[in-house]
Design a protein around this ligand. Structure first.
Ligand code: ADP
Length: 739
């Protein structure tokens, strides 16, 4: 630009020079404008483009003024143009200079701003960032780096410090020096190091200048202790798992979801070697065995089942041995199946024992069944003659005798009843043991029940020179609800024991109302106190155990089965109460229990069960009695005739069927069940084919409740157990005839 101005001055005095100068100035003007434009300061460039036509206009005007300052027009004009152009060039140069300076300032500002941004960026980046030049001098770093250097080495960190000075401190990780050297050699890498009780991970990379020459290196380091410890824990867990798996005596192994072995116990490894001749190790692909000819198909299925997410607990056999397999899927933290763990145990020994036990159990069950069957048969056999004794006694009792004779007959009857109780005890014990006893809940008169027992026990007591005192609350001469048979059974047992184990003194039997719980319920205490031999304190629990007696000498002296109290205790428990005992050796014993009984104390007295003589008659009722046992036939017929019934007899089932076929006018059939030629069931079946109406009552000596329950299904209307109570039979007959 200056050269152009110089040339303009040089050629000023020549015409050619002036014109050339003018045109050179134009060129300079144009050049300056383009120069400005090339810096992209568009506004200014635009101004000059606007100025250009104005300048050309001014030139044209001035060139046409004839006398300007008394200088030839041409010279004046060229002077003016020259001056104008000179000024314009200076202005443009000035503007150029201004723009350049302004640009520089802006660039400087931008640079420092971006430096600030960069610093704040690295300051805010997690971890420690620093860079060094090739002389190990620190050239940049973030605040975290500065802080950690300060806190670890208590030294200042500043630009230009040689990072190797940090190695003078004892706890500076020496491996960093190697990391610096590698990065300065141009290597980019990630490396771990340990420093000040922490694990670090550093990313190192070289720094290049514009000529692509290494001018330093940058480092970004982060604490990875948590991750590292996690990895170490994982590794430790793996070792623990392997140790655990190996310590278990079983065959144990775990696999990934793609069938690769994670860990396996020594037993599993040796088993697999034995079976398939393969060496199992971590990473071994189990699925490669699936295609082996001797690989059991169900094993493959087991793998698939567990890897589909199901737990597995199965027994299986392999080469005549029994195994128990327990397998569970392993899930990752995202709850996805990541593998499975298997525990297999050889249970051949246990299975054999189980097998033996099972055999013994079946044998024991068979024996128990045989025992139950035997007891049932025995009871039937015993009941049949007893039926005769009790039955005949009942018939005799229905006659009129002298009071002393009647008393003897009563005793005879109670002895028969007692024997029946004993037989029932054995059966009951069996039934209670099998949980087959169900209590009834029928109304009965308590005083009546006690009175009936009194005559028997008074006789028993007085025969031993004992006094039996019965205290019963008179208010209890009312209707109560419960199972009278079972209650009588318990009281009989307790009274028999009291008399049996007392040599002198008295027995007090008390029934008292403890509490009236409501209008309909009251709590009654039953107690039997004796002045007998008593029981030692440490034997008190033992006497309630099956066959438990206080002393072995007791059996010798007093006899007994040791079942009575066991049955009584269990029956009282079934009545939701407890049988209690208090006893002192040589002084006596007291047994008691409290029962909640349904009793309406406002109720009128329950009509006392009618005595045989007082009950109605069966006048004009024609009954067919089917019974093979002659005594029983005699008992039942005498009883029926006593009630004025007309009786026909059949000694077995087939005779009964014949009689019914011949004479279809029977009002009722009393059918024994176990008979020769044809039993009661078959006879009933045949009779029912022809006659669906005639009532049939089964008379049976069996106490098998299942059997009695199915009687109705076999075509019978009701059942009466032998030995029967005459009143009971009478009412049952009346009942079925009334329907
Ligand atoms: P059993 O009387 O047939 O031996 P129990 O079960 O009725 O069987 O009685 C078990 C044992 O309890 C008796 O053998 C006896 O030792 C003891 N015992 C029961 N009641 C009395 C009592 N009133 N006084 C003394 N000992 C008794």
């Amino acid at each position: 630009m200056l050269l152009i101005i110089f040339l303009g001055i040089f050629f000023y005095d020549t015409t050619i020079g002036r014109w050339a100068g003018v045109h050179l100035y134009y060129f300079a003007f144009f050049f300056a404008t383009v120069n400005v434009f090339s810096w992209q300061i568009e506004k200014q460039a635009l101004i000059f483009y606007l100025i250009l036509p104005i300048v050309l206009f001014a030139y044209t005007v001035l060139a046409n003024i004839p006398d300007y300052n008394n200088v030839p027009t041409d010279k004046n004009l060229s002077n003016a143009i020259y001056l104008f152009n000179f000024c314009m060039t200076l202005v443009i140069l000035g503007i150029n200079g201004f723009i350049i300076i302004k640009e520089n300032i802006t660039a400087q500002k931008k640079l420092s701003l971006s430096k600030l941004n960069l610093q704040s960026l690295i300051d805010n980046t997690r971890g420690y960032i620093w860079s060094i030049n090739t002389n190990y001098k620190l050239i940049a770093f973030n605040t975290s780096f500065k802080d950690i250097i300060h806190s670890h080495y208590k030294t200042e960190c500043y630009e230009g410090i040689d990072v190797r000075t940090f190695f003078l401190f004892p706890n500076n990780p020496k491996e960093l020096l190697g990391i610096y050297e590698r990065a300065l050699k141009g290597e980019s890498f990630t490396e771990e190091y340990f420093s000040n009780n922490n694990y670090f991970e550093v990313q190192a990379s070289p720094l290049y200048n514009t000529e692509k020459k290494i001018r330093g290196a940058t480092f970004h380091s982060r604490i990875i202790s948590a991750k590292k410890i996690g990895e170490q824990n994982l590794q430790q867990s793996k070792i623990n798992l392997e140790t655990l798996i190996n310590s278990i005596g079983n065959s144990t192994w775990s696999i990934t979801e793609d069938y690769k072995i994670i860990a396996a116990s020594k037993l599993y490894i040796s088993d697999m070697k034995k079976i398939f001749d393969i060496e199992i190790c971590a990473g071994f692909d189990i699925s490669t065995l699936f295609s082996l000819p001797n690989y059991p198909i169900e094993w493959k299925e087991q793998y698939n089942t567990v890897l589909s997410g199901k737990n597995l607990f199965v027994d299986y056999t392999f080469e005549d041995e029994f195994f128990e397999l327990n397998a569970v899927p392993i899930k990752n933290i995202h709850n996805e199946i990541a593998g499975a763990v298997f525990f297999s145990r050889n249970i051949t020994y246990r299975k054999n024992i189980e097998f033996e036990l099972n055999k013994s159990r079946i044998k024991a069950e068979e024996a128990a069944l045989a025992k139950a069957q035997f007891l049932s048969n025995m009871s039937h056999e015993l009941r049949t003659p007893l039926n005769g004794i009790i039955g005949i006694t009942n018939i005799l009792l229905s006659e009129k005798y002298l009071p002393a004779q009647t008393n003897n007959l009563e005793i005879l009857k109670h002895t028969g009843d007692h024997m029946l109780v004993l037989i029932n005890d054995i059966l009951d014990f069996n039934k209670i043991d099998a949980g087959k006893v169900e209590l009834e809940n029928n109304p009965f008169n308590l005083i009546e029940t006690v009175e009936k027992m009194k005559s028997f026990f008074s006789w028993e007591a007085s025969s031993k020179g004992l006094h039996l005192e019965i205290n019963i609350n008179k208010e209890l001469n009312r209707q109560v609800k419960g199972d009278v048979t079972r209650l009588r059974q318990v009281l009989t047992n307790l009274l028999s024991n009291a008399i049996k184990f007392t040599e002198t003194g008295s027995i007090v039997f008390e029934i008292q109302i403890l509490e009236k719980l409501s209008d309909k319920e009251c709590l009654i205490r039953f107690s039997i106190t004796d002045s007998g031999i008593g029981i030692e304190k440490d034997k008190l629990d033992h006497i309630f155990e099956s066959f438990g007696q206080a002393d072995a000498s007791i059996i010798r002296k007093y006899g007994g089965s040791g079942l009575g109290l066991t049955i009584s205790k269990k029956l009282i428990q079934l009545m939701n109460s407890e049988l209690n005992v208090e006893s002192s050796v040589g002084i006596g014993s007291k047994f008691w229990f409290d029962l909640v009984v349904g009793c309406s104390l406002e109720n009128s007295l329950l009509p006392v069960e009618k005595k045989l003589n007082e009950i109605g008659t069966l006048e004009s009722v024609h009954i067919l009695a089917v019974e093979d046992n002659a005594t029983n036939m005699l008992v039942v017929c005498k009883m029926l005739e006593k009630w004025n019934a007309k009786v026909s007899r059949a000694k077995d089932g087939s005779e009964a069927v014949e009689l019914v076929e011949k004479n279809n006018n029977f009002h009722l059939i009393l059918m024994d069940l176990q008979m020769p030629v044809m039993d009661g069931f078959t006879a009933t079946k045949h009779i029912r084919e022809k006659n669906k109406i005639v009532p049939i009552i089964a008379l049976t000596a069996t106490t098998d409740e299942v059997l009695t329950n199915i009687l109705t299904q076999k075509g019978m209307n009701d059942v009466v157990q032998k030995p029967f109570i005459p009143e009971q039979l009478f009412y049952k007959i009346k009942q079925v005839l009334a329907v």
